[in-house]
Ligand binder design. Structure first.
Ligand SMILES: [Zn+2]
Ligand SMILES: [Zn+2]
Ligand SMILES: [Zn+2]
Length: 124
């Protein structure tokens, strides 16, 4: 059992920073947090995994070309961000680091109340 809430361990300025970075990685179109791998267009927009938020595989929603490399440092930042669980509305009180978020969402005991949106689909 995890003891304590990661948010309560953060100092106010750290909590603010956490929220600030989360805002920066939010897709302006679908309002979801953009998850790694991070790619951006030449204008600096981060691209979410939702194909509807871009014009094509190589063109961002703003019409500029998508730069063809991954921003690896952004993943390191994402790993350490604190998120509340997507199923908070169902009663989950967990606060999860970015790197553990995906596995938490897969195993969250509150998730069965609603159908989770899967941002990535494996076609294996
Ligand atoms: Zn989006
Ligand atoms: Zn763009
Ligand atoms: Zn949860």
């Amino acid at each position: 059992m995890a003891s304590g809430n990661v948010f309560t361990q953060l100092r106010p300025c750290h909590a603010q920073m956490n929220e600030y970075v989360k805002k920066l990685i939010t897709c302006p179109y679908c309002q979801v947090y953009v998850t790694p791998p991070y790619r951006q267009c030449s204008e600096g927009h981060l691209l979410c995994s939702n194909p509807e938020c871009r014009k094509s595989d190589t063109i961002c929603f703003c019409g500029r070309p998508i730069i063809d490399f991954e921003i690896k440092r952004m993943k390191l930042i994402y790993d350490m961000l604190c998120f509340s669980c997507e199923y908070e509305k169902n009663g989950c009180k967990a606060v999860i680091r970015g790197k553990d978020l995906e596995s938490h969402l897969l195993n969250c005991e509150y998730k069965n109340r609603t159908e989770p949106l899967s941002p990535r689909r494996s076609s294996v």
